[in-house]
Design a binder for this molecule. Structure first.
Ligand code: GZL
Ligand code: ZN
Length: 323
């Protein structure tokens, strides 16, 4: 009797073990569960932004050991603040913030710190009293982008210029830096005049509307300084509708340098496009993996960027853009 019972017991144990073993989940790359990242993204206002989001989704995939919670704030800071509070309540491991504007982050980042959740900034900057409120930042040097564009204009365009200035969202680092580069050159160039300046919020339709209005009120201009490609696309459409040749009758200066815009550089429609690289996914992932290993990443990491004109651009460069 005893033997049978023992045999039955062993058989039951073996069955239980084998059932468990084929149910045991694959050990996650991080040796445990997926790392949960809450990402508060500005919106989907431009090709650049969509490329940036795609880059983050690709880097923080489940097979890479992550669960990414993506929140699209539709360009509203208050929606980002709500998203960050939700991430805190969900107890995410990391918060990644692509801030709409520079001001207004101190309170919600104090809440993240109180919850012990590291905050990594990507793309634009924030202006907080206490910079320990974020772990680190990776993005572009926007003032350098603006200075690059202004220097090219000084070297390649006439000394007397009537400038139309299409700005991005007022208060965003991209707008502050790119406008700063133009303003500095205006101080150096007595022959330059800004005949019109307004925010087009990095949106194509707004860029087009602003330029259409110029034709309605008869404003004359020689160059459009557009703080991103999508507003430049809108401006190009408005110029063509008015029978003008963009890049010939009116010079077009743009920023981002996505593949669609670079094709317009190749054909001379856009005169200069200053690169702003959106592929931050791998960079932010490398930062999180450093933090996971207990290492301290650099506080600020600037991405390498260049600029493109029809003289310096090739078809293969355009094909390699990735966004
Ligand atoms: C720049 C980024 C800007 C892009 C726009 O890093 O913040 O926002 O230039 C995007 O295309 O909308
Ligand atoms: Zn401030």
């Amino acid at each position: 009797m005893k033997k049978t019972l023992l045999t039955l017991l062993i058989a039951a144990m073996l069955a239980l073990f084998s059932a468990c073993s084929d149910r045991a989940p694959e050990p996650e790359p991080s040796g445990g569960r997926l790392i949960v990242v809450g990402f508060s993204q500005v919106g989907a206002e431009s090709d650049w932004r969509i490329g940036n989001t795609d880059s983050m989704l690709e880097a923080f995939s489940a097979e890479n050991g992550y669960r990414l919670i993506l929140d699209d704030a539709q360009n509203k800071q208050e929606k980002q603040i709500t998203a960050i509070r939700n991430f805190i309540n969900q107890g995410v491991d990391y918060i990644v913030l692509a801030p709409t504007t520079e001001e207004g982050w101190d309170t919600v980042l104090q809440e993240a710190r109180a919850a012990g959740i590291p905050v990594i900034l990507v793309d634009r900057r924030i202006d907080v009293a206490d910079e320990s409120l974020f772990t680190c930042w990776v993005g572009s040097d926007f003032r350098r982008e603006g200075d690059t564009a202004a220097a090219w204009m000084e070297e390649n365009l006439p000394d007397n210029l009537r400038i139309v200035h299409l700005q991005g969202n007022i208060g965003s680092s991209a707008q502050i830096g790119r406008s700063g580069g133009l303003d500095a050159a205006l101080g150096r160039q007595p022959g330059w005049t800004v005949v019109f300046e307004a925010p087009g919020d990095f949106i194509q339709a707004k860029g087009q509307e602003l330029v259409e209005e110029l034709f309605e009120n008869g404003t004359g201009f020689d160059v459009i300084y557009s703080e991103n490609d999508n507003m430049a696309f809108g401006a190009v459409d408005a110029l063509k509708a008015a029978g003008l040749r963009p890049g010939k009758d009116v010079a077009i200066i743009s920023f981002d340098a996505g593949s669609k815009a670079l094709r317009l550089v190749l054909d001379g429609t856009i005169s200069l496009d200053v690169e702003c690289n959106p592929m931050h996914g791998p960079r932010v992932r490398a930062i999180i993996e450093q933090l996971q290993r207990g290492e301290v990443p650099p506080k600020y990491t600037y991405v390498e960027e260049t600029f493109f004109t029809s003289g310096t651009l090739t078809e293969e460069t355009v094909a390699q853009r990735g966004y």
